[in-house]
Design a protein around this ligand. Structure first.
Ligand code: ZN
Length: 201
């Protein structure tokens, strides 16, 4: 399976990082070795002093598809989850400044936290989600604020990468990203459902 991630999909997050608003979706891939499941602890990697959380709604793909028209794209979603796209921000800034690929800062081991999966809710496109760090809300998002909708993302991604059963798409983070340190506890919710709960070491 592969993990496809969307960057810059919420306007206020683009602004907080002083990035430009892209004219087409920003897409990158993480390897399957990036996955961190079952509320396992996250260990800060040695190469970074500034690992940031980015909470994101994740969709799981249920059928093979390429060149998927947006009108049919929602039929490809099996279920949804909540994830964190951990990012070594210092490493990413260094790579971006040199015009180099982001992979080391975004695709490192255990950088893709994934929760349990739940059925696709009827109001997928106005879904609230949030991240709590040590009991305080640090990120709050609503899928109605996505620049590119689920359908548009699936359609666009499938122009470049064949989607396969079991692939995950991380659909971008809202504003409020920030650093983690050893001892932090992260809890993620979709509406009032606790999706993950783990610690940073
Ligand atoms: Zn992200």
């Amino acid at each position: 399976m592969k993990i496809i991630c969307v960057g810059r999909n919420y306007q206020k997050h683009i602004e907080e990082l002083n990035n430009e608003t892209p004219d087409e979706p920003v897409i990158f891939i993480k390897p399957d070795s990036a996955l961190l499941r079952n509320n396992a602890p996250f260990f800060i990697p040695e190469f970074s002093n500034d690992v940031h959380y980015e909470v994101e709604i994740v969709v799981k793909i249920k059928k093979l598809g390429r060149h998927i028209p947006a009108d049919f794209a929602l039929d490809y979603i099996d279920s949804i989850a909540l994830g964190i796209d951990f990012t070594a921000r210092d490493k990413q800034s260094e790579l971006k400044a040199k015009g180099l690929p982001w992979e080391k800062s975004k695709g490192f081991d255990h950088s893709a936290v994934i929760s349990k999966f739940i059925p696709v809710p009827a109001h997928l496109e106005s879904l609230e989600f949030r991240l709590e760090k040590n009991g305080e809300i640090v990120q709050r998002g609503n899928t109605s604020l996505m620049i590119n909708s689920f359908a548009k993302l699936i359609s666009h991604i499938s122009e470049y990468f064949t989607l396969k059963i079991g692939d995950y798409i991380y659909t971008g983070t809202p504003e409020g990203v920030g650093p983690v340190k050893a001892g932090d506890r992260l809890k993620g919710f979709i509406e009032e459902t606790l999706m993950f709960d783990f610690v940073v070491r």
